[in-house]
Design a protein around this ligand. Structure first.
Ligand SMILES: Cc1cc2nc3c(=O)[nH]c(=O)nc-3n(C[C@H](O)[C@H](O)[C@H](O)COP(=O)(O)O)c2cc1C
Length: 354
């Protein structure tokens, strides 16, 4: 039996297979972040054949000062719950469990979008994009308020029928800014070594768990490498993974940090597999890897080689709504995975992740 087609249980949630539609921003929400008809149509089209074991919706902003663009989805207000319910319904009606991604952009946004100077752990220009502005430093009270914003947004996701939430801590956004030594220069308990830099994650996780209960999955998307000098080390990444597991995270979703979701010059299959494999070896909760995986044969090979438990495939699906259907119809798992899972091809995959 192909690994890709095996089910996976996360608490009470049963995924029918290991294929994930990762979060991908569409800029189709209304000006205040409300769910629109084009957005519902988009998700209906992407999921209509019901092939995904799990869908993670694009990042929603948990508070107005964490908004990244004018047409981003909002989870920042109770008035959004009915629209979010429509979104979860569309995806559920197509037979896929759905997770709501929660984000605060921190210094990854601009005054133009939020009407004030962006906020961040430290007064450091965010290196994840070339055109970002100098942020102002968050005070401890602001951090408390942001934890509360994540918590309220998670509760809204639950009330809107989502099967879980994913906390965004990658691609250079606020929680990732706390995680990365490149952007966190704080001298208080939220900075310093990895235990300090991860503290806000743990406080967010505990606060959300407290309101959603034990049977509501909380995923973390982790910027597992910055791919920059002085960025997050693999050892620290593993510490983060273990701490989050200990603190009741249900799944870890591996992507990039300050390098965002690609690795320049490394656009080959699974360019975060080195980090995913290291995390998977260190924890027993499920791990997702996404990034550059372009065939189901590659996905199957990564699963067979225990690099991860689930595989995200993004841009091929973003560009072609029939991609999964065609790929599923055309794959011969037995024949194709034989060559992909040879020690040689695994080594090649590992090389691409270095
Ligand atoms: C247009 C676009 C929008 C994206 N938006 C998000 C997002 O909202 N949240 C997130 O965590 N990742 C986002 N990503 C990253 C994807 O989830 C994924 O990690 C990335 O596309 C790499 O995977 P792929 O090579 O399979 O496309 C986005 C990627 C693209 C191309």
């Amino acid at each position: 039996m192909a690994r890709l087609l095996t089910s996976l249980k996360i608490g009470n949630l049963e995924l029918k297979n290991r294929l994930v539609m990762p979060p991908m921003a569409t800029s189709r929400a209304g000006l205040h972040g409300e769910i629109t008809t084009p957005l519902l149509q988009y998700y209906d089209e992407k999921t209509r054949d019901g092939y995904f074991g799990m869908v993670i919706t694009e990042h929603s902003f948990v508070s107005a000062d964490g908004k990244i663009s004018f047409h981003q989805i909002s989870s920042a207000d109770n008035s959004m719950i009915s629209g979010l319910r429509q979104l979860s319904d569309v995806i559920h009606n197509n037979g896929c469990p759905v997770i709501l991604q929660l984000n605060h952009a921190g210094s990854g946004t601009k005054e133009e979008f939020i009407g004030s100077q962006p906020i961040a752990p430290s007064v450091v220009i965010n290196p994840s994009k070339s055109n970002l502005e100098l942020p102002c430093e968050l005070k401890c009270d602001d951090i408390k308020r942001i934890i509360s914003d994540f918590t309220s947004a998670a509760l809204r996701g639950k009330q809107a029928g989502f099967d879980g939430v994913e906390i965004h801590s990658c691609h250079g956004y606020l929680l990732n800014q706390f995680l990365s030594p490149l952007t966190n220069k704080r001298n208080d308990k939220y900075g310093g070594n990895i235990k300090g830099r991860i503290l806000i994650h743990i406080e967010v996780l505990r606060a959300i768990r407290n309101v959603v209960g034990n049977n509501f999955p909380i995923l973390f998307r982790l910027g597992a490498t910055d791919n920059m000098d002085g960025g997050l080390s693999l050892d620290d990444c593993i510490t983060v993974a273990k701490e989050l597991e200990k603190e009741s995270a249900d799944m870890l979703d591996i992507s990039g940090g300050m390098c965002r979701y690609t690795v320049p010059d490394l656009e080959k299959a699974g360019y975060f597999i080195k980090q995913a494999k290291a995390v998977k070896d260190a924890v027993s909760i499920p791990v997702i890897v996404t990034g550059g995986i372009r065939t189901l044969e590659q996905a199957e090979s990564l699963l067979k080689n225990n690099v991860s438990d689930l595989i995200g495939i993004g841009r091929p699906v973003f560009n072609d709504s029939n991609w999964v259907k065609q790929a599923m119809n055309n794959i011969d798992f037995e024949t194709d995975t034989h060559s992909m899972s040879s020690p040689m091809s695994l080594r090649q995959n590992q090389l691409t992740a270095d």
